[in-house]
Design a protein around this ligand. Structure first.
Ligand SMILES: [Zn+2]
Length: 324
């Protein structure tokens, strides 16, 4: 089995997901665990490497059986300099040459990629975008991430920061975003933004069923906003309309710019189903340039939390020139 296995790791702010796969993308072992809260970067690096070694042991393989590891991480990863410039959820890893430090631990080549880029590749090759060459992937959950696959390949831009649809400006001078700018899509259409709008409406004394949940001491989440809107709550419906309107605006602009074949939307917010997808589809159909919007398919992501690791497995094979 020597040198025949691949490892892929999705490093998030709260959870790390590690898999070991063979070269046909069959997952042989997997492990999900909490991201160490420690402030020192070495403890996260050590945990990542240990999880890979532990899974190799589980499948009765030796460290020499591993040929390479792919790591995807939330944050701005400079593909040219091979440095994680800024990870809002994992600031301990900022400015680290991640490929180099993890390669030192595992003794094999390591490839690092932004998590939304990896998920875009995963969905394109193995999920909802299978068979398409021009795919826009957007994940709407706490934040909004996205990745572009153009002409069959991941489009990274000059340094690896392309596809930041979540940071398109939709309200100049609007709310402060995690990226340090104002009025980004993420400040109005993310799950976090919807929950914040609900809390503000309650504070203003607007009449909404969401106030009852807040009174009970419950945390208001985007899921509750969706549920309240489905029950006919006008305040919740207004928040949802706004979120979908601005997401639709950014997707329309992206369609006009790139003429994709398919737009895949994933993340917790997409789990709301038709109440989210139908109005979004209507915006794309009515607002994008007719010639570009007609053939665009809007699809729900299929791989869920597996998209990142599957994307890394594909990118690793591409990197090692193992792709068919
Ligand atoms: Zn932003």
């Amino acid at each position: 089995m020597q040198g025949k296995l691949l490892a892929a790791v999705d490093v998030g702010g709260t959870k790390i997901y590690t898999v070991i796969a063979d070269q046909n993308n069959n997952i042989l072992a997997k492990k999900r665990f909490r991201t160490p809260a420690a402030a020192d970067p070495q403890s996260i690096i050590t945990e990542i490497a240990s999880s890979v070694l532990e899974l190799l042991k589980n499948v009765k393989a030796e460290p020499e059986d591993l040929s390479a590891a792919g790591i995807c991480v939330a944050g701005y990863y400079d593909w040219q300099r091979k440095i994680l410039c800024n990870s809002p959820n994992l600031p301990q890893l900022n400015n680290l040459p991640l490929e180099e430090v993890i390669a030192k631990e595992l003794g094999v080549p390591v490839l690092v990629e932004n998590d939304a880029n990896a998920a875009a590749v995963g969905e394109t090759r193995f999920g909802a975008g299978k068979g398409f060459r021009d795919v826009i992937f957007v994940t709407v959950s706490t934040g909004i991430g996205s990745g572009l696959v153009l002409d069959g390949r991941l489009y990274r831009g000059s340094h690896g920061f392309s596809g930041e649809i979540g940071h398109m400006t939709v309200q100049p001078g609007g709310l402060l975003c995690g990226c340090g700018r104002h009025g980004c899509l993420e400040t109005v259409s993310s799950g976090k933004a919807m929950a914040r709008s609900a809390r503000e409406a309650i504070k203003r004394g607007e009449k909404t069923v969401l106030a009852k949940a807040a009174d009970r001491g419950g945390r208001i989440t985007a899921a509750e906003v969706f549920a309240a809107a489905a029950e006919g709550d006008q305040v919740a419906a207004g928040i949802l309309d706004d979120a979908i309107k601005y997401l639709g605006l950014c997707l329309v602009n992206t369609i006009n710019l790139l003429n994709p074949a398919v737009i895949i939307v994933g993340g917790g917010v997409a789990e709301a189903g038709e109440v989210f997808f139908l109005p979004l589809q209507a915006i794309l159909a009515s607002d994008a340039m007719a010639c570009t919007s007609d053939p665009v398919l809007l699809k729900k992501a299929e791989l869920g939390a597996e998209a990142g690791v599957f994307g890394m497995l594909y990118l690793l094979k591409e990197h090692l020139r193992l792709c068919d």
